[in-house]
Design a protein around this ligand. Structure first.
Ligand code: HEC
Length: 119
């Protein structure tokens, strides 16, 4: 293979890899959400739990999340960069953004049937 061809093939491979890495960030964020313990207080989908408030769907902007997560001095422990890098936090954010909206009960025939029953 000529050097020029090799460089072009290599560039294409690097581009494909970095695109794959970007596409995988919500998946990686989901793993981190479990690994770093966020789920214990916020629920596995960030839906909120007894201890921590709801984070998703429709998370607040990443900058606000980052400011809070880095500096919390209340009931939530702060996660500094040494234990949660900016890129990992961005992946967690991608995961929170990927959490779907809950199903509308009005669009669910079975639930609608029960909603229409007299009390
Ligand atoms: C030990 C329980 C606990 C863990 C673990 C935890 N949180 Fe929290 N989190 C809380 C509580 C409690 C609050 C509300 C704190 C307050 O009002 O000061 C909070 C608040 C937040 C908020 C602000 C939400 C808002 O609307 O004000 C964000 C964002 C957040 N957590 C993200 C995370 C992320 C991301 C992780 C994992 C890296 C995490 N938390 C891990 C308990 C936790």
């Amino acid at each position: 293979m000529q050097t020029k061809t090799f460089v072009i093939v290599l560039a294409a491979a690097v581009t494909a890899l970095s695109t794959a890495a970007q596409a995988a960030s919500a998946d990686h964020g989901k793993s981190l959400f479990i690994q770093k313990g966020c789920w214990e207080c916020h629920g596995t989908q960030g839906q909120g739990a007894v201890t921590g408030p709801r984070l998703a769907p429709d998370p607040v902007p990443l900058e606000a999340i980052s400011n809070f997560v880095r500096n919390s001095d209340g009931p939530m422990p702060p996660y500094r960069r040494e234990i949660l890098s900016d890129s990992d936090l961005a992946d967690i954010y991608a995961y929170l953004q990927s959490v779907p909206q809950p199903v509308d009960p009005k669009a669910t025939p079975l639930l609608q049937q029960w909603a229409d029953k007299p009390k």
